[in-house]
Design a protein. Structure first.
Ligand code: PRX
Length: 631
């Protein structure tokens, strides 16, 4: 039993914000803003949405037929019109939209005008390949400006993008291409990582072997000599762009048309294609980038997430562009050529708002304060964190060593499914290390028991969202049952986040971790089922179970328990082969750090693996109720 299960209060530290933080506070005070939202939820969202440009206004703010919601009914818009033209009209034509810093020091700068032109021309190039409104385009690229151009070009012409993180392997990519029925794949010849060029195109070639929907592959070629292209099937990114018309008017999209599909790990079997739509997602991304991250017109803003994840979609690209901000983006990993690189970039680009993940902070902590202290970090104004719990030690380090105790630090809780921030501590509110904070105005959340009843302060329960919000996922691609599974149970009516949490007397929420079979490794969501099926697809493996094992830096590591096929010899080479096999099929992020060979696995009488029992044993704690465990 943990302290929180017993209702014991964790030691709480509270940082009362100095008066100067109020200067940036988005609302006069949280409580009255929240009450205003509760009094008139539709009015609240209508006012936010009215900051943006719509080709046609909505007839109604929302329709809510549990568990299906629609937002901004019959409104017409294009998100790129809001990310681009809106700023050209507002005198930001020559403002920097994007600073990009390559790993080898190459720099690229796009003004809003440049980005607008690139997006229009690449949009036309896609149209020339036969891509139309509603078609799906898979983007499998490194973090380069062309990735942003490709995403926005899809949105410009009404195509639905599905971005796949370039660290995924061929079988994970294949699953996402097939699942989304992608017509075109956009990739690059290679990505740069720690001074090495990692080929991407061969992974795409392998992923396309059983992917009949794909008609064309677009390749961004940066390598010398350039990769050869297969006639009539593969085309060069810049060649098709330069051959295309320059003007591309924005496609008029219905508020409920799909904007993108983003795959997130499933707890059973295949990953889930989370579908977000144009109007509601735009409003959620805009609102939270403005009110939570507090990005201002003169800021240089850096969100370190890869565009292959939801944080990259909402907060590296769409949110800041909707605000007309200046984005900084890099393909640099935090430790190459040394662990000072990110602080060096903050100094060099004068970053004001810095949004990163606890795993990165914990990695930096290991190397000490000397690295950040070498650089001038005084440009920083706001710090933010996402992806997993920001433990109090990491909070303190980030707040004091990086922010010098002068920058508000907001820990943002949300999910691929929620599209944008849900729970955090708004700038100007007291900060409690270890607690993400309260639901933001626009979100109604609580910590409940399995029957849906709110639990008392400091009692562990499930984090639940009880009202719909504009950027909520609309459905899981082709799987209504999976969508419903988030909402429906015999006892309650709310959105289940599948996270465990506690709430303190002031309503601050601390996230304790997942209640299901997802493992959050370095802030990335990995399904135990995916790792297990990758292992089982190796000829030497009869059965496998994967668990998340707590780790001081990564939050969790993947540990796999493997039953080998009779007669297989356990050699060090075999362990290496199994890890390599997972890397090839799923990608490096999913590779188990530890593999243990076992003769059997704990299962329920109905044959389900009880990962909870394995985890408890691994951590030397009581496994809890094991009455369903098979003898
Ligand atoms: O367990 C929570 C954790 O990440 C999960 C969502 O993962 P994903 O859909 O990949 O999105 C990650 C980026 C939003 C959540 O269910 N998580 C995310 N942010 C936090 C967090 N856990 C604790 N604190 C956070 N701030």
């Amino acid at each position: 039993m943990t302290n929180s299960e017993a209702g014991i209060r964790p030691e709480q530290v509270v940082y009362c914000p100095p008066a100067e933080y109020r200067e940036y506070a988005p609302f006069r005070d949280y409580e009255s803003a929240y009450q205003n939202y509760l009094k008139d939820p539709d009015g609240f969202w209508r006012d936010i949405a009215s900051d943006l440009l719509w080709f046609r206004q909505w007839d109604k703010v929302r329709e809510w037929e549990y568990p299906f919601a629609k937002w901004f009914i019959n409104a017409k818009l294009n998100i790129t019109y809001n990310c681009l033209e809106r700023h050209l009209k507002n005198n930001r034509r020559n403002k920097v939209a994007l600073f990009w810093h390559g790993e080898n020091g190459t720099k690229k700068i796009y003004t809003y005008d440049h980005l607008h032109r690139a997006v229009m021309q690449f949009g036309n190039a896609l149209k020339n390949l036969g891509v139309g409104k509603g078609d799906v385009v898979c983007i499998y690229m490194p973090t380069v400006p062309e990735q942003v151009v490709a995403m926005l070009a899809c949105a410009r012409i009404g195509a639905v993008h599905t971005v796949v993180f370039a660290g995924y392997g061929a079988s994970a990519l294949n699953q996402r291409i097939v699942g989304s029925n992608a017509k075109v794949v956009i990739t690059a010849d290679a990505s740069m990582r720690r001074g090495k060029s990692i080929p991407l195109k061969p992974i795409v070639e392998e992923a396309l072997i059983h992917a009949p929907s794909v008609e064309r592959v677009v390749v961004l070629r940066n390598q010398d000599p350039p990769t050869c292209l297969l006639d009539d099937f593969e085309v060069d990114f810049y060649e098709i762009m330069q051959a295309a018309e320059k003007k591309c008017p924005p496609e008029e999209m219905d508020s409920e048309d799909r904007l993108f599909i983003l795959y997130t790990s499933g707890t059973t079997g295949a990953p889930k294609g989370i579908v977000h739509t144009c109007g509601g997602y735009m409003v959620g991304a805009y609102y939270t980038t403005k009110y939570v991250l507090n990005v201002k017109d003169n800021d240089v803003y850096w969100c370190t997430a890869d565009p292959g994840w939801i944080t990259g979609h909402t907060y590296a690209i769409y949110g800041p562009l909707l605000l007309g901000a200046t984005i900084f983006m890099t393909e640099s990993t935090p430790d190459y050529p040394d662990v000072g690189i990110w602080w060096k970039l903050i100094e060099e680009y004068g970053i004001n708002v810095f949004y990163t993940a606890p795993t990165a902070i914990r990695m930096f902590m290991r190397y000490g304060e000397d690295w950040p202290n070498k650089y001038d970090l005084s440009s920083l104004r706001i710090l933010a964190s996402v992806g997993e719990p920001l433990n109090p030690e990491a909070f303190e380090w980030f707040y004091h060593v990086i922010g010098k105790g002068k920058c508000p630090l907001t820990d943002t809780w949300w999910q691929t499914e929620t599209g944008s921030h849900m729970i955090t501590t708004l700038v100007g509110e007291p900060m409690k290390p270890g607690f993400a904070g309260k639901p933001i105005p626009g979100v109604v959340a609580d910590v409940v028991d399995s029957k849906g009843n709110p639990v008392g302060p400091f009692q562990t329960g499930y984090l639940a969202i009880t009202e719909p919000w504009p950027s909520m996922m609309r459905y899981v691609n082709d799987d209504e049952e999976k969508y419903r599974s988030y909402w429906e149970s015999p006892n309650h009516r709310y959105y289940s986040t599948n996270d465990l949490a506690i709430k303190d007397d002031d309503g601050y929420i601390m996230i304790l971790g997942r209640s299901d079979d997802l493992i959050i490794v370095s802030g990335h969501n990995i399904g135990t089922a995916e790792v297990e099926s990758a292992l089982v697809s190796h000829q030497a493996v009869a059965e496998a179970a994967a668990i998340g094992k707590p780790d001081a830096v990564k939050g969790n590591i993947v540990k796999a328990f493997v039953i080998l096929v009779e007669g297989t010899v356990r050699t060090p080479k075999l362990e290496h082969d199994l890890k390599y096999h997972v890397r090839q099929t799923l990608g490096p992020i999913a590779v188990p750090s530890e593999i243990e060979y076992v003769d059997n696995l704990p299962k329920t009488r109905s044959g389900k693996i009880m990962r909870r029992v394995l985890k408890a044993k691994e951590m030397g704690v009581d496994p809890g109720d094991i009455t369903t465990l098979d003898e």
